[in-house]
Write a protein that binds this ligand. Structure first.
Ligand code: FE
Length: 585
């Protein structure tokens, strides 16, 4: 009998108590507490985790506790100071270990896993260099509020201090990256420390780290695991009615409201669309918020900010009220100072860049339906007409840009072809650089697709590891990575991890032989172009050498067929596309 967790509010669906199987629930079933859809739930555990009779080791109890709390994957590289934990994972039938070729990949995979599911996966390394190699991936998780459990081996307790082999001040090293950072010094703490770590990762939305000295890993110990239920608050948080009424009144008075939806509201597409229709308001997303509604819906007009549409910029500029939901007002989103109401589950995000008229601290899954009941239906035909016209102008511009007759291939054309051919429920991972810039600007998502990226850290190299994690989570779905020659070459050793684990990810590599975004910046800032060109291997040949499939595309006419082929092959594949590094000609 399995248990499932609602990642929006923490409600537990227990098959045994409910009397029916989660898999048999109808598609329109909703969380009984926060009304979120089925896809907001993650499998927590298959039931009680049985520890073998008698004594186990600290590592075995640690693993049993992780399984009971819904950890399914550990990404890492085994080594001297983690062998006890590695062996306990080997013995577990429920915890899957994925070996990677660099610890950075492990951390990126865990970060992506948290972003896609709302539940943590773990990464595990040795002391010293293994631990420090996690830093960039963990920082990505930290800044994007992705729950991650980081475990590192440490030296034997009696060796910590004098400066032994692979000894660093691990505790201090992780301090600035984590929301919880402890060392497991005694067997008595095993279950409380690991459950506290997972709790902090989920509730504080960040990285929890536990260092485990080598000798502690192997101490014999007996303990019962702590159940998940009863350990978490429900997070269907809302506000007193008079505050929601104030927000509703502001909306009722507004003639030109605009909804700005961020990653925090990514599960709330239905509510957001309903609100947009009731009050006649265009929907704009942040980059990370893309895909909250079908982007061909007439109310959606594009993203705001660096990758934004002219329609979004125009409507925000001329708006008399912004309704900002689950967005942290990043400086990349460039929202101007306007009258605003804001809904956010993180109280510190309220009024982050400038004061707002009404700040509603709580869960948009709860607050949006309450707000909806209080706002008046207000059909503004002129406004809707203007919204349609602005969107049309923007789409015409994108269409004009996507010239399929030019060589090297224009990035806008690649995005256009991918837009036409990707599955309606594809999971798309973006690297950082021009490839992501073009995706954000020119790709129009379906609400059934998912997209993840490195939002705040903006780290290169995340595309491939994120695709590996995505394909593990969604084995039946098409997983597509949009990457560049700069980002991919930082992590390319782990393409073999896709091959080894039969993860048929599709990589579309915008090969422009440049760090093209930096080339662009040098030009804008009037620096001579210098040291941005990249000397590359043949990435398609590399894919084949790894045991995957590789396709080179140089002629734009061959691109549609190459994309069709790549999407139809059930193997990891790199499509190495000779791409124009220039933004506009
Ligand atoms: Fe819920």
């Amino acid at each position: 009998m399995a248990k499932y967790r609602c990642t929006v509010c923490n409600y537990i669906f227990d098959e045994e108590k409910e009397g029916y199987a989660f898999d048999e629930l109808p598609d329109n079933w909703r969380c009984p507490v926060c009304n979120s859809p089925l896809n907001s739930f993650v499998l927590l555990s298959e039931g009680e985790v049985e520890l073998e009779e008698g004594e186990a080791t600290v590592s075995e109890i640690l693993v049993a506790q992780m399984v009971e709390w819904g950890i399914k994957y550990v990404f890492g590289i085994p080594g001297t100071s983690s062998l006890g934990v590695v062996d306990a994972i080997r013995k577990s039938k429920d915890l899957k270990y994925i070996q990677v070729r660099h610890e950075q990949t492990a951390a990126f995979m865990a970060s992506a896993y948290g972003k896609l599911t709302g539940h943590p996966a773990a990464c595990l390394t040795v002391a010293g260099p293994g631990a420090t190699n996690l830093a960039t991936g963990l920082y990505d998780a930290s800044l994007d509020h992705s729950p991650v459990l980081a475990l590192t081996g440490m030296l034997k307790r009696q060796l910590i201090g004098p400066g032994s082999f692979q000894e660093i001040d691990q505790q201090s090293f992780f301090e600035s990256i984590t929301v919880y950072n402890k060392v497991l010094m005694s067997e008595e703490q095993t279950t409380t420390l690991i459950t506290n770590a997972i709790k902090h990762a989920i509730l504080d939305k960040g990285v929890a780290h536990i260092g485990i000295p080598k000798d502690v890993q192997e101490i014999p110990h007996t303990a019962r695991t702590i159940p998940f239920e009863g350990s978490f608050p429900n997070e269907a948080i809302t506000q007193p009615m008079f505050l929601i009424l104030q927000a509703a009144q502001a909306i009722n008075q507004s003639k030109r409201p605009v909804i700005v939806s961020g990653f925090g509201a990514i599960t709330q597409g239905e509510n957001i669309l309903e609100l947009a229709e009731k009050i006649t308001a265009p929907i704009i997303t942040t980059f990370r918020g893309k895909g909250v509604v079908d982007e061909d819906n007439e109310y959606y007009v594009g993203s705001h900010g660096d990758i934004g549409s002219t329609a979004a910029t125009d409507l925000v500029l001329n708006s008399d009220l912004l309704i900002v939901i689950g967005s942290s007002f990043s400086d990349m989103t460039h929202l101007p100072e306007k009258r605003a109401i804001q809904i956010d589950i993180d109280p510190l995000m309220i009024g982050r860049q400038y004061p707002v008229e009404v700040g509603l601290y709580g869960n948009s899954a709860e607050i949006l339906p309450q707000l909806m009941d209080l706002v008046q239906e207000n059909r503004k035909d002129d406004y809707l007409g203007e919204i349609r016209e602005l969107k049309m102008e923007w789409l015409d511009l994108l269409d004009e840009e996507a010239d399929g007759g030019l060589t090297p291939i224009r990035p806008q054309y690649i995005i256009k072809v991918l837009n036409e051919k990707l599955d309606d429920d594809a999971v798309i991972t973006l690297d950082t650089g021009e490839n992501a810039w073009w995706f954000g600007r020119n790709f129009w998502m379906k609400k059934t697709q998912k997209m993840i990226m490195s939002g705040y850290l903006g780290t290169m190299g995340i595309g491939l590891p994120a695709a590996l994690a995505a394909q593990l989570i969604y084995p039946e779905r098409q997983v597509v990575c949009i990457t560049g020659d700069g980002g991919f070459s930082m992590v390319m050793a782990d393409f073999v991890t896709a091959v080894r684990n039969d993860l048929p990810i599709k990589l579309f590599l915008f090969n422009n032989h440049q760090l093209a975004m930096i080339m662009q910046e040098q030009m804008v800032e009037k620096f001579p172009n210098w040291e941005t060109e990249l000397y590359n291997p043949d990435f398609a040949a590399y894919a084949r050498d790894c045991g995957g499939v590789g396709i080179n595309v140089k002629d734009p006419q061959e691109l549609p067929e190459a994309v069709d082929k790549a999407l139809s092959i059930d193997k990891p594949i790199i499509v190495d596309i000779e791409t124009d590094p220039r933004r506009f000609i």
